[in-house]
Design a protein around this ligand. Structure first.
Ligand SMILES: Nc1ncnc2c1ncn2[C@@H]1O[C@H](COP(=O)(O)OP(=O)(O)O)[C@@H](O)[C@H]1O
Ligand SMILES: [Mg+2]
Length: 274
């Protein structure tokens, strides 16, 4: 691993390349809305897009008086095994320890990325124990990414919206952007996500009070990726599933090629090219 000082001396570049593969993913990433959700089929690039979004917002953070771009994110998953085997795995695939520093494998799992003027702290939390929720509710954060949000109750989502916008403190200039991002595979029909996104009408069994809590606020937006498979029906009966042409992230799944659209170059003094 190259140390910061070596980095400074040699002006070594870490080149980071990512291209969102799909129009919906691209629009999701371009949006500044406070709460943004993206839903889509498995393997459509949602987790990667959200990982990139955390990093991109950290790069965009204005410097505090001490010259650092400070931000703190929490990344949430419903269970610990899934957090470790999928969420953290995706994160470390894109932000490997050799380039971005040691990952702290003791609870709370944390990846502190300090390079040049970037100071990003990412805390990974599973919510399978009550104390995990307590931990989340005591954090002062810039942003939160809720991974596989269909597994997380709406009350926790609402609580998340209250924990962001608190770091860096106003004394340090405050967060340049703050908010909550969420991704999910297709939820059940009467799920809070489907109702809030307007995919389904409010079901009859939901009380008036509950229904009010599921009205989409103006500063929330939901994105839906095209489905990867099309149901082929005959006489109302599903006879086959066929791949569609407009599925997102197809090239990465079939040929595993990485193209370049959003290119971030990081060097001493920081030079970013988008
Ligand atoms: N823009 C991209 N460029 C290259 N590979 C990508 C890109 N987006 C996703 N991938 C790869 O495609 C696979 C599925 O992506 P992932 O984000 O895990 O999908 P999802 O979360 O929607 O199930 C992973 O192997 C991931 O590394
Ligand atoms: Mg995923």
């Amino acid at each position: 691993m190259i140390s910061f000082l070596e980095l400074e001396r040699t002006q070594t570049l870490i080149t980071f390349k990512y291209k969102p593969d799909g129009e919906v993913t691209k629009s999701f990433l371009k949006d500044d809305t406070f709460f943004r959700g993206i839903r889509g089929p498995v393997g459509s690039g949602k987790s990667v897009a959200c990982s990139i979004e955390v990093f991109r917002r950290a790069l965009q953070q204005e410097k505090s008086a001490d010259g650092k771009r400070k931000s703190r994110w929490a990344i949430i998953r419903n269970t610990n095994p899934q957090l470790r085997t999928t969420t953290i795995k995706t994160w470390l695939d894109w932000f490997p320890e050799e380039d971005w520093g040691r990952f702290q494998w003791s609870v709370p799992y944390t990846h502190r990325i300090t390079k040049s003027d970037l100071d990003l702290e990412v805390i990974f939390l599973a919510l399978d124990r009550p104390e995990d929720v307590k931990k989340l509710l005591s954090l002062e954060l810039t942003g939160i990414w809720i991974n596989e949000a269909r597994e997380i109750p709406k009350s926790i989502i609402d609580a998340c919206t209250m924990r962001v916008g608190r770091y860096p403190s106003m004394r340090d200039g405050g967060p340049t952007w703050t908010g909550v991002i969420a991704d999910t595979n297709a939820p059940e029909e009467d799920h809070w996500w489907a109702i809030m996104a307007g995919d389904v009408p409010v079901p009859d069994h939901i009380s008036r009070e509950e229904a009010l809590m599921l009205v989409k606020p103006d500063n929330w937006s939901f994105y839906t990726q095209p489905s990867a498979m099309l149901e082929k029906k005959e006489n109302g009966i599903t006879i086959a599933y066929e791949p569609t042409d407009n599925a997102e992230n197809k090239s990465n799944l079939t040929e595993n090629i990485i193209l370049i659209l959003l290119e971030v170059k990081l060097k001493v003094g920081l030079m970013f090219m988008f």
